[in-house]
Ligand binder design. Structure first.
Ligand code: G6P
Ligand code: MG
Length: 209
């Protein structure tokens, strides 16, 4: 059975993807091109720097290292403005209940997110205490689909990756979980999350089991 559960944050516990999208789109607007929701799919689970690289590629824009830093920083300021307004009502359906059920069953719980804003978001949602370990973008150097984040998370839980189940909404995240040697529950569409062991629409689907 599952001894550890490792949760992605954005798109699994809270729908911050819409705020990432608004902030990236406004950067694209300033740069003079349109950035669509379809483009935004490619940014899910991907680190801030890598997201910017993809966005500039979409716009066909060249930028120096210094310009990139400024752009990433501006995007993050706008994003932080949005997430400063987050409250527990924005936790995705069933997510908190599922974490509580797992805890009551003695399952160890970690966060495995690429975000550098993860701790801030958890505190806004008032769920920091539900996690035994938090591995986020401030601790990880290799972005998903590299398995580093999930390897660090299982180590922090003092478990082997094979004893852990990863919950992920992004294609790159599912790949990272499989590469780490974990079981992976995809959250979203089976068409996109082909490599997951099972796919559900949301954590609420797991409550009845
Ligand atoms: C998550 C999101 C990505 C985001 C990344 C970095 O993985 O799914 O869309 O780019 O975190 O987030 P940050 O808050 O550090 O910019
Ligand atoms: Mg995600």
């Amino acid at each position: 059975g599952m001894k550890g559960a490792i949760f992605d944050l954005d798109g699994v516990i809270v729908d911050t993807a819409k705020y990432h999208f608004l902030a990236w789109r406004s950067l694209a607007e300033k740069l003079g091109f349109e950035f669509t929701e379809a483009h935004n799919e490619r940014l899910k689970g991907v680190s801030r720097v890598e997201s910017l690289r993809i966005l500039l590629e979409v716009g066909g824009i060249e930028a120096t290292e210094e310009e990139r830093l400024m752009m990433a920083d501006n995007k993050n300021k706008e994003y932080v403005n949005y997430i400063s307004q987050l409250d527990p009502s924005e936790i995705l359906p069933g997510a908190k209940e599922y974490l509580e059920i797992l805890r009551s069953q003695g399952v160890k719980i970690a966060l495995g997110s690429a975000s550098k804003n993860a701790e801030f978001i958890l505190s806004k949602l008032n769920i920091t205490d539900l996690f035994d370990a938090v591995i986020d973008g401030t601790k990880v150097s290799k972005a998903k689909p590299d398995p580093e984040v999930f390897l660090q998370a299982s180590t922090a839980l003092q478990l082997d990756p094979s004893q852990c189940v990863v919950f992920e909404d992004a294609e790159a995240g599912v790949q990272a979980g499989k590469a780490a040697g974990c079981q992976v529950v995809g959250i979203g569409s089976p068409d996109i999350l082909k490599e997951a062991d099972i796919v559900v629409a949301g954590l609420y689907e797991l409550l009845a089991q």
